[in-house]
Every structure is written in structure tokens, then in C-alpha cells.
Design a protein around this ligand. Structure first.
Ligand SMILES: NC(=O)c1ccc[n+]([C@@H]2O[C@H](COP(=O)([O-])OP(=O)(O)OC[C@H]3O[C@@H](n4cnc5c(N)ncnc54)[C@H](OP(=O)(O)O)[C@@H]3O)[C@@H](O)[C@H]2O)c1
Length: 295
């Protein structure tokens, strides 16, 4: 297995008799060219069975507050980098009747507040995967999308770090508009990640997508992801209210009590359903047992 890493020290950590690390920043065309060459000129003439596109960056920032260059950088990794890798390796995959496995997210199906940039890239990855699947199926290549819910990795910590600068650059007006929302989303995401699946559970689903004789076109990872994918069928306005209600327990107190706040008791809201229902995160007593959602 060839495993892309960005630093030599990471290469040393993962090197095994059957794992060959190679330096790969998917935004670097030179690295992608070297990868394609390594695959084509395998010393043992082995075929390329599958490409797993896993890299991603995340930052929960409101649409207005994420500078346009920051949008571009996120698309560069989460979408264009994967497209570039696929383009470079597709002939090898056609030769081997191999498969592409794209790691999307529940955020590729549903875009909650502040997830706009990340979900934008993941929705796009889902669309590209659909087109590609229909283009290459006649040539023997399968395309599979994996949609995890919360998985315990470094992603959330990195996302919070990446959001630091854009959030710090918000105007005071933007801070008033979004400060409470961003805090609530992070608290909800932290709770969700704490109770998320171990990375091994996601790896098992990816392994299945690679090895199944007849893979499905999509796999969700975790019950939360399966549930959230289905909520897509609900009307938009109802979903808006469900997500707002799910976020409300995480809103800072002052925001919650601010008259006229869309998040507080004076704002438009729906009654949270009974404990155990879809939005039981609205009940602070269940917060630990039933954390919010992350994508
Ligand atoms: N964790 C979750 O809850 C969750 C939920 C839904 C979907 N996902 C998806 O699962 C996949 C894996 O995420 P994760 O949770 O493992 O996140 P993570 O711990 O933050 O790992 C992200 C990986 O992407 C790599 N990466 C970032 N930019 C890159 C670039 N330009 N070129 C090559 N590699 C780059 C990082 O490399 P470095 O180590 O060098 O920085 C890191 O190894 C992602 O596609 C993510 O969207 C995760």
C-alpha cells in the first residue's frame, strides 16, 4: 500500500513491510506527478487496486466571515486535490478495473450553520463522485463514497485552530451576529466528537468499500450519519428548526437570554421533542448522553 503523508517524520511512523509512505501534498502538482509515476512504474508490476481520497481540512466559520481566498484554499484540498489525484491515476485504475473511494462526510448531504465552506467542498465531492461513477462504470472502474458522522480524530482540534484567524478577523458587527453561534457549534461538535466512533470503525467501512466484490455506491459510517442522511428528505424549513433546536442548549447563556435573539427563548423556535427524539440535544439534562452532531 502506498500511503501519502506530508512530512518525513510521519512517513517514518507509518512505514511497514506492506506500507510504503510517500510524500504527497495533494495541492502540489509535482507530488501528484511523482505518485502517478510510482504507480505506473511499480518495480513488481503490481496493479493499482484502489485510490482512497481521504485528506481534508475543516473550519467552522460563517459564510460571510470566511475570506474568499480561504474558501479557495479549502476547495483546493477537499475537492481539487482529489480531482487532480483521480485524473493522474485514472488510466491505471481503468487498466486494473480498480476503484476510487472518496471520503466525504454527512456534511456532503447536510449543511448546518457555519459548515458552509466545508460542506460546500463535500457536496461538490459527492457530485463529482456521481458524475465520475457514471463516466467510468462502463470502463470497469467503481466509484464509492464514504459518509462518516463523528469520528474521534484530530479533525475537530484542527478545525478550531483553522477557524481562529478568520474568526479573529470578524468585525464587531459580525462578532455580534455570529459569536454565540460559533461558540455553540464548537461546543456541540466537541460533544459529538467525544462520543464519536473510533477511527478504526471508519477504517473498517473503508476497507469494505475497497474489498467488497460489489461495493455500494455510498456507505455511511455510524448511526448518526445514517440518521442525518435521512433527514435530508424533510422540508428545508423544518430541518432549519430542528438544527436550531439542537444547537440551542449549547448557546452561551447571554445569547440565549438576549431579547430577539434567534437562538433564545424569545426567538422563533420549535418545541423540542421528547427525550430520545431527533432533537433531544435541546434538553440540557441529556446533553452528555446525547451530544450534538458534527460532520
Ligand atoms: N473526524 C470526523 O468526525 C469526520 C467526519 C466526517 C468526515 N470526515 C472525513 O474523514 C477524512 C479524514 O479526516 P480525519 O478525521 O482523519 O481528519 P484529520 O485528523 O484532520 O486528518 C486530515 C488529514 O488530511 C491531511 N491533509 C490535509 N491537507 C492535505 C494536503 N494538502 N495534502 C495531503 N494531505 C492533506 C492531513 O495531513 P497532515 O497530517 O499532514 O496535516 C491529515 O492527515 C476527511 O475527508 C474528513 O472530511 C471526518
Amino acid at each position: 500500500m502506498l500511503a501519502g503523508v506530508r512530512r518525513e517524520r510521519d512517513a517514518d511512523v507509518i512505514r511497514r513491510p506492506n506500507i510504503e509512505p510517500l510524500i504527497l501534498d495533494i495541492t502540489n502538482p509535482e507530488h501528484i506527478r511523482a505518485l502517478a509515476e510510482r504507480v505506473r512504474e511499480d518495480p513488481q508490476g503490481r496493479a493499482l487496486r484502489a485510490v482512497v481520497n481521504n485528506a481534508a481540512v475543516q473550519a467552522n466559520v460563517p459564510v460571510e466571515a470566511f475570506a474568499i481566498d480561504q474558501w479557495r484554499d479549502m476547495f483546493e484540498v477537499n475537492l481539487f486535490g482529489h480531482v487532480a489525484v483521480i485524473q493522474a491515476l485514472l488510466q491505471s485504475l481503468i487498466d486494473s478495473r480498480g476503484r476510487v473511494v472518496n471520503i466525504s462526510s454527512v456534511g456532503g448531504k447536510i449543511a448546518m450553520a457555519t459548515y458552509g465552506p466545508y460542506a460546500g467542498t463535500k457536496f461538490a465531492l459527492e457530485a463529482v463522485s456521481d458524475s465520475l461513477r457514471r463516466e467510468v462504470a462502463p470502463h470497469g472502474v467503481q466509484v464509492v463514497v464514504i459518509e462518516p458522522g463523528a469520528v474521534r480524530t484530530e479533525m475537530l482540534g484542527r478545525a478550531i485552530a483553522s477557524a481562529h484567524d478568520p474568526l479573529a478577523a470578524m468585525t464587531s458587527e459580525q462578532r455580534r451576529r455570529y459569536g454565540g453561534l460559533v461558540q455553540a457549534v464548537n461546543a456541540q461538535a466537541e460533544a459529538s466528537t467525544r462520543s464519536g466512533l473510533p477511527a478504526e470503525a471508519a477504517a473498517a467501512v473503508i476497507a469494505k468499500a475497497i474489498t467488497a466484490r460489489k461495493p455500494r455506491t455510498r456507505y455511511t459510517v455510524g448511526r448518526e450519519a445514517a440518521l442525518l442522511s435521512v433527514t435530508r428528505l424533510l422540508p428545508d424549513r423544518l430541518l432549519d428548526r430542528i438544527f436550531a433546536a439542537a444547537l440551542r442548549p449549547y448557546m452561551p447563556k447571554e445569547e440565549h437570554n438576549r431579547p430577539g435573539s434567534p437562538h433564545g427563548p424569545f426567538g422563533r423556535s420549535i418545541r423540542p421533542p421528547a427525550r430520545g427524539g431527533l432533537t433531544n440535544r435541546s434538553d440540557p439534562t441529556t446533553r452528555e448522553a446525547s451530544p450534538g452532531w458534527t460532520l
